[in-house]
Write a protein that binds this ligand. Structure first.
Ligand code: UGY
Ligand code: MN
Length: 257
């Protein structure tokens, strides 16, 4: 990201990192390199270091950026925030355009290449296998092609499920799209963790007892049982990408931490 250094921030930041949640705004981003992302800059937003049981990071790509497989046992969900990339698995090539996505199951060799500027949002975590259900297969699609469903009957709030509802999957990734003036219907408090990236629009997010003005580009971590609520403000709709744990006993998730 480009910054204007002509006027200093005077020690102010919108970013807050707390015991059970984090609000990470681009004003504090520091990029790094990772061995499995060549010619690309990475910003790690959520990680086990802050108490989460998964990782969320942004990859800023340019011409010639290459991503290779995650470490052993780690599944990887790729979402194209902007630009386009090619995902190669064996002899097959899949082009992922803006809002295209893929869940690459753990231990599947793959290569991601970019021909130009773009940004990826990645979720990764150690896959939890269960007896009687196969490890998920590659899941691939584009969010823009999904119709979605009214969330708890509210037509102003559409939930699009990017992954199949199959017990083999241990995570869900959804988008939530809010018409202006629409809130989440109640303050949710649940065991499942979330990682979130605001893709469009904004509003106010309540996390625990804190309230955050939030807009496109901001990221949240919501830990287990963190009370959470969002209201879409302004004249344009809001949309966020949401990671959620799914389909596993509490004990299985706990062993990850
Ligand atoms: O399904 C969910 O947990 C979702 N409604 N939570 C959220 O948007 N913070
Ligand atoms: Mn929730």
């Amino acid at each position: 990201m480009s910054r204007n250094f002509s006027f200093p921030q005077l020690g102010e930041s919108r970013t807050k990192v707390k015991r059970n949640h984090a609000f990470v705004s681009p004003d504090g981003h520091v990029q790094t390199t990772l061995p499995n992302w060549q010619k690309a800059m990475v910003t790690i937003l959520v990680s086990p270091q802050m108490g989460a049981r998964f990782s969320q990071y942004l990859v800023d790509c340019s011409r010639g950026s290459i991503g290779t497989a995650a470490p052993e046992g780690i599944e990887r969900f790729i979402f194209v925030v902007s630009g386009s990339v090619t995902l190669e698995i064996g002899k097959k090539k899949h082009v992922l355009e803006e809002y295209g996505y893929a869940l690459v199951p753990a231990d599947v060799e793959h290569k991601i290449t970019s021909k130009g500027k773009g940004q990826l949002n990645i979720f990764e975590r150690r896959y939890i296998a269960i007896e009687g259900h196969d490890k998920p297969k590659l899941a691939i699609g584009n969010e823009k092609k999904l119709k979605g469903e009214a969330f708890l009957g509210d037509e102003g709030l559409i939930c699009r499920k990017l992954l199949p509802e199959d017990l083999g999957f241990d995570i869900a990734v959804n988008t939530m799209s809010f018409e202006p003036g629409t809130p989440l219907p109640f303050v949710e408090t649940h065991i499942m963790e979330h990682g979130m990236l605001m893709l469009e629009g904004g509003g106010v997010y309540r996390l625990d007892d804190d309230w955050y003005p939030i807009h496109q580009g901001d990221n949240l971590w919501m830990g287990p049982y963190c009370p959470q609520w969002f209201g879409c403000l302004g004249k344009v709709p809001a949309k966020y990408l949401l990671y959620k744990e799914a389909n596993r006993d509490p004990d299985a998730h706990a062993k990850l931490s």
